[in-house]
Design a protein around this ligand. Structure first.
Ligand code: NAD
Length: 516
């Protein structure tokens, strides 16, 4: 069965484009809110569709449908739930190319990178197929004479997932395979900038046999988010996005009595020691700095070069930047570029303004991506790879997240100076050290105040059976995404103390506290 959602064609103006709708009760639900937002094809700059923005009635309807879905799904046997998950995994794997093209059309990243994001999400689906082992309880026999204690884990109910624009498939997949496997019903609120991937996934779940209402897509803006944060039916909120919004989500959802996992922004540093292989470092800095046009929360934004390596390393990075092909992520005549555009013109201008700030603050702009255009795509939201040397650490361009293809170099004298700089920043998402010195790497992993660390690995996104999450302003709360944390987050534990009464051992009346 084919999907009803296809890659947007890209229209010249906003008047004749389709409206991307919700998915409620196992079908697309046309919005009647009268509110929409534009969705762009970032490579052409054209409005390719408009996305519905839910009103309060649609928010309530989506949550009520999810509650009905939960009532059905929670009683599905483990074996039946596993069958649906395996079917979903097979469909996703077979048809990931369709989804990748939808992502590229709305996000702009190159198709092979979109496939990569789907495969990292698929890892979590594969982990979730093994859920019976991960949510099974424990049993202790005869804790006291004739008394057994056992525990079991139950689903929470309706759970909300609010995702950012930069991984429209992978980030929701960090959460919903585990939530659904554990017996919950999910309401996904995608980014309004690239809302189609979630709709395509909803269709896939239906084909896999998931009952209606268990996977709901609620398109919208702050109103929809606030609806999830405050509706008493919603039991938990999983959020990924920028730090100020993550903090708002954490505080508001907690105040409303919900479980929250809220992952925020980042500014990831790569510490390069003088003994490192500089060709390897230059390759990895370019891959991690400019992949997906720097719109990754695990992108490398800062290279901390322990002297005397900075001049040689910068020369190697410049040489590699010169060979990068930038263009339409969908490819032209079957040839895919290395890097696509940024998500919107507004974001491109914001990235550009950070390069202005760096320049004003005295940094050297070694490679300047401002004003970059692609032939035949002059209205696309392109920004060229940018390399900034000697960025002052007092500059806002160093301290804040830029989220674009901008790599900054800070020249330092010692390992300790690098460690102190990383630990003094507000974020703690990812970091990497490049060295052949095992002792230095071991000290780094021990002392750095960051949640995910790469040792000669630039983008250390943990595999599905470990958990993903940063420290400090990169994660609010204590629940990371996926892995064992994910199964704990999406289930509630009960402990049962049981005795089958036997007149011979029954102790009669005793008002004291139970003892062994
Ligand atoms: P964003 O915070 O602007 O939006 C994220 C979600 O929040 C969207 O669904 C959006 O509709 C909603 N939202 C936006 N403003 C809101 C408001 N005022 N009230 C309520 N909801 C609101 O983030 P983005 O620009 O879509 O994504 C980029 C950010 O996400 C970057 O900061 C990046 O580092 C971060 N990110 C972090 C991780 C991680 O794992 N830590 C992963 C991916 C992205």
């Amino acid at each position: 069965m084919s999907t009803t959602v296809s890659a947007p064609a890209g229209a010249a103006d906003a008047t004749d484009v389709r409206v991307i709708s919700h998915w409620i009760d196992g079908a697309e639900r046309v919005s009647t809110s009268g509110r929409t937002a534009p969705v762009y094809n970032p490579a052409t700059g054209a409005v390719s569709a408009r996305v519905a923005l839910a009103d309060q009635a649609e928010i309530d309807e989506a949550i009520a449908s999810a509650q009905r879905g939960f009532e059905v799904w929670k009683d599905y046997s483990i074996a039946k739930r596993q069958t649906v998950l395996f079917a979903f995994r097979e469909l996703l794997n077979a048809r990931k190319g369709e989804l990748a093209r939808i992502i590229t059309a709305e996000h702009g990243k190159v198709v092979s990178d979109a496939i990569g994001e789907i495969l990292r999400g698929q890892e979590v689906v594969e982990l979730a197929t093994g859920f019976p082992h991960l949510i099974k309880g424990a049993y202790s026999e005869n804790v006291s004479t004739g008394i057994d204690v056992y525990s079991l884990r139950q689903p929470l109910g309706v759970v909300g997932i609010i995702s950012p624009f930069n991984f429209p498939a992978m980030v929701p997949m960090w959460f919903f395979p585990i939530a659904i496997a554990a017996g919950n019903a999910v309401v996904v609120k995608p980014s309004e900038k690239d809302p189609s991937a979630s709709l395509w996934i909803a269709q896939l779940w239906k084909e896999a046999g998931l009952p209606d209402g268990v996977f709901t897509v609620l398109q919208g803006d702050k109103l929809a988010v606030d609806g999830l944060l405050t509706n008493p039916v919603v039991q938990s909120v999983s959020f990924v996005g920028s730090t100020p919004i993550a903090q708002y989500i954490y505080e508001t959802a907690s105040r409303n009595g919900k479980r929250v996992q809220a992952l925020g922004g980042a500014k990831n540093h790569m510490l390069v020691l003088p003994d490192a292989d500089l060709d390897l470092v230059a390759d990895q800095a370019v891959n991690a700095g400019y992949g997906a046009a720097g719109e990754r929360c695990m992108a490398i934004s800062v290279v901390l070069a322990v002297e005397p390596v900075a001049d040689e390393l910068i020369a190697k990075i410049v040489e590699r930047i010169g060979k990068l092909k930038i263009g339409n992520g969908a490819g032209v005549d079957g040839v895919e570029p290395d890097m696509g555009p940024l998500i919107t013109g507004v974001h491109r201008d914001k990235v550009s303004s950070y390069v202005d700030i760096a320049e004003q603050d005295g940094a050297t702009i070694v490679v300047d991506g401002r004003g970059f255009t692609v032939d035949g795509h002059e209205d696309g939201f392109f920004f060229g790879p940018t390399l900034i040397d000697e960025i002052p650490t007092t500059s806002r361009a160093y301290q804040e997240e830029i989220f674009g293809p901008v790599l900054e170099v800070v020249r330092i004298q010692t390992f300790q100076e690098g460690l102190d700089l990383i630990n003094s920043g507000q974020f703690g998402n990812g970091t990497a050290i490049f060295t052949n010195d095992g002792g230095a790497a071991r000290r780094f992993q021990n002392e750095v105040q960051v949640g995910m660390i790469g040792i000669n690995v630039p983008i250390p996104v943990p595999v599905a059976y470990h958990s993903f999450g940063g420290w400090k302003a990169s994660l609010f709360g204590d629940a990371k995404a996926y892995g064992v944390h994910g199964f704990d987050f999406f289930t509630r534990e009960k402990a049962i103390t049981s005795r089958w009464l036997d007149p011979a051992t029954h102790g009669g009346i005793n008002l004291g506290f139970p003892q062994n």
